[in-house]
Design a protein around this ligand. Structure first.
Ligand code: KG4
Ligand code: ZN
Length: 355
């Protein structure tokens, strides 16, 4: 018979997603309904508002995914996948109920997917026919995650570093807002990158070095980066008192330190792999922050230094598949559907779920 076709839904955080993907790697549709404007001003995701938005948007997302793929759900879909966790319980339950009810009504098998595993497996879909080879390292850097993973097979992953406080993406956002940069449709993080990239002919003032949290340890911490910038600005009497050159020096010092923090952890992770006799040939960098060109250049240089003879290759999935989406959920479920390793309709959610 033809390839296997999966309809997947994802609703673990603030995006309502539905997608259709086949076992021959065709992405037939990819619908993402964002709700960040609803959470503006809460300093994070407001769970009740997110749940209500998922409830409103899930039927729309599923209908659109089927429409864009021009498929008839009763004939063309072979399995239903959903995000089982980790995530906000109430948000996950919207996707899970949608998936289970569809599957039960259509008599289709279901598979519940681990959200972080799905992120980690994305390059196997997007970098075809030259996907990263196991074992590979994944740096997942976005508004929701700051994570360094080692993927050793389709089903085995290890978190090497994560953060107890703020994500790198939110830190870029906060610093950009403190500097009062204009961001129009770029978003605050990308605006900060663009601001730093401007040419500046004269000398810039010296800014004292940023703190280096968790030096030498496999762990991220970005909270002190933004409090550093906040303190610096208030010590100078507020943002209105800073001239352009000082603002630029501050922004560049922050961006360089934020990226140096990632580089240090990547090197530590690589060295740890060497001590474990794990031979890593590929590093995948994904998430919204991975679109930063300065970061890409620095990581590339860092990997060449690590292994000048046989440089580790660096892979960036396309931005729209780095952020939360249901394509990655469909893809991560595929090997289980093909092995007929389905979940029961009674499968529970795992709001907290080790990878
Ligand atoms: O993965 P993503 O699109 O979505 C969520 O995590 O929800 O990541 C968004 C984050 C935001 O914090 C945004 O400011 C940041 O990625 N970002 C950037 C750049 N583009 C997006 N940060 C630094 N440099 C960029 N060019
Ligand atoms: Zn995610």
């Amino acid at each position: 018979r033809r390839h296997f076709t999966v309809l997947a839904v994802e609703s673990s955080a603030d995006d309502t997603c539905a997608a259709i993907v086949t076992s021959s790697r065709q992405i037939l549709s990819n619908v993402v309904i964002k709700q960040h404007d609803l959470h503006e001003g809460f300093g994070g995701i407001h769970p009740m508002i997110a749940i209500e938005a998922h409830q409103r948007n899930m039927p729309i997302a599923v209908k659109r995914a089927l429409g864009e793929a021009k498929l008839d759900v009763s004939k063309d879909i072979d399995g239903i996948a959903f995000t089982r966790g980790p995530g906000i319980g109430g948000c996950l339950s919207v996707g899970s109920n949608a998936a289970k009810t569809l599957a039960a009504a259509l008599n289709l098998p279901i598979v519940g997917v681990h959200h972080m595993q799905a992120h980690a497996l994305t390059p196997l879909l997007t970098s075809w026919p030259n996907p990263p080879k196991f074992p590979f390292l994944t740096l997942l850097i976005s508004g929701g995650h700051t994570l360094l993973l080692l993927a050793t097979s389709l089903t085995s992953f290890r978190i090497l570093a994560t953060t107890p406080d703020e994500s790198i993406g939110r830190t870029f956002d906060k610093v950009s807002r403190m500097l009062e940069l204009k961001w129009s449709n770029l978003g605050p993080g990308a605006a900060l990158e663009q601001f730093c990239a401007q040419t500046w002919e004269s000398d810039l003032p010296k800014i004292p070095a940023l703190p280096w949290p968790m030096r030498g340890k496999l762990g991220f911490s970005y909270a002190s980066f933004h409090s550093y910038v906040e303190r610096y600005i208030s010590s100078r009497g507020g943002i209105q008192e800073l001239d352009m050159a000082t603002k630029l020096a501050l922004a560049r010092t922050f961006q360089t330190a934020a990226v140096a923090h990632l580089e240090e952890k990547l090197v530590l992770a690589y060295e740890w792999c060497v001590t474990q006799n794990i031979e890593v040939c590929d590093v995948v960098v994904s998430g919204g922050v991975a679109s930063n060109q300065f970061l890409r250049g620095r990581l590339q240089e860092c990997l060449i230094k690590l292994n000048p003879v046989n440089p580790i290759s660096l892979c960036f999935p396309p931005p729209h598949l780095c952020t939360d989406n249901a394509v990655m959920i469909a893809w991560a479920s595929m090997h289980r559907f093909l092995a007929r390793d389905y979940d029961d309709y009674t499968v529970n959610l795992r709001s907290k779920w080790n990878i």
